[in-house]
Design a protein around this ligand. Structure first.
Ligand code: BMA
Length: 325
């Protein structure tokens, strides 16, 4: 999400008549099919932002070797995407970091004058890679934020108390069976510290691990954070998502957090694919004036879907369905 305003209104579809849900799926899902580019096995867990007179994004495209890559893409309306056939070639002046192993689950965040990309970057195991771009053609990679192993690095869209701020989820080298969200800050995007615990798993759909989703949205109540939660079933992991509201100036303080999920894998395209039963949000567009929110989420590690919410009823729902202990 970006607080920039786009000349286009964000993608939107009214809630189906009679629905009581605060989040509803786009009727034309999935918006990006697994074979949207020639070499792709799957395109999912991807991030979009307003850009020029339309939208741009960084997409997770796994190729037919099942190698994970990051590709830039462009769209006029945020729904119909043209994704570059070739992966992003990051420019990096540090030889050690320039040796790109793999990248996945990108987030894109506009801060001050440029777009930052964070992603799960292979460097002796997963850690958080950071790059910036002005045009989605040239990407300058800077230092990895943290020591391995870490995933789900998500920047805040403005500096907090004078520093860049990021959520992340320390992990291990495998399909990590644990995971809490932490907050860290940095004066220069190189040195990160003041690590603070934000929240951990808490039973039900979020009993195994949790991780930050899209870039947090600034609201009057606090930072609106969509986050994924995982439960372990007899058939393996199930990924749903909910939301929390974090204090604006001390975002490690959780004000509210949903007990029920907001979206769980229920549609065929969320339950069938390379990894069944996964909904995984990585981006959200927010239109301040109308309160409209469009969320982009990966479906079954195969395709990309979109769902919608209205800010006010969503925040009311989070507040009314939140018990912190
Ligand atoms: C996580 C990440 C995500 C993926 C999810 C479900 O560990 O790899 O990219 O969507 O597992 O497979």
């Amino acid at each position: 999400m970006s607080t920039q305003t786009s000349p286009h209104t964000i993608p939107w579809e009214e809630k189906p008549a009679g629905s009581e849900d605060v989040i509803w799926r786009y009727s034309q899902n999935p918006i990006i099919k697994r074979d949207a580019i020639k070499n792709s096995n799957s395109i999912f867990n991807s991030a979009v932002v307003p850009f020029k007179d339309g939208y741009a994004g960084v997409f997770r495209c796994d190729d037919k070797r099942r190698e994970m890559g990051l590709h830039a893409g462009f769209s006029k309306d945020g729904v119909d995407w043209k994704i570059d056939e070739e992966p992003i070639r990051f420019q990096c002046s540090e030889e050690e970091i320039a040796d790109f192993e793999y990248g996945y689950d990108p987030r894109v965040c506009f801060i001050e004058d440029r777009y930052y990309v964070t992603w799960c970057n292979g460097y002796h195991g997963p850690t958080i890679g950071i790059a910036y771009t002005f045009d989605f053609k040239n990407f300058i990679q800077v230092e990895n934020a943290f020591l391995p192993y870490n995933r789900n690095g998500v920047l805040f869209p403005r500096k907090i108390n004078g520093n860049f701020a990021m959520l992340s989820r320390p992990s291990d080298t495998g399909h990590t069976a644990f995971g809490d969200i932490f907050y860290s800050d940095s004066p220069d995007l190189t040195y990160w510290g003041k690590h603070r615990f934000v929240m951990g798993p808490r039973g039900w759909w979020q009993s195994t691990k949790i991780g930050a989703g899209p870039v947090p949205i600034e609201t009057e109540e606090g930072w609106l954070l969509f986050y994924h939660g995982v439960l372990t079933s007899c058939n393996g992991y199930v990924y749903s998502f909910g939301a929390a509201i974090l204090d604006l100036e001390k975002p490690w303080i959780v004000k509210y957090r949903t007990e029920p999920y907001l979206l769980s894998p229920q549609k065929d395209y969320e339950c069938m694919g390379d990894v069944p039963n996964v909904v995984f949000p990585c981006a959200a567009l927010h239109e301040k004036e109308s309160g409209r929110i469009a969320i982009y989420y990966g479906c079954a590690d195969t395709v990309t879907g979109m769902c919608f919410a209205q800010e006010k009823p969503l925040i009311e729902f989070i507040k009314n369905n939140s018990k912190l202990k």
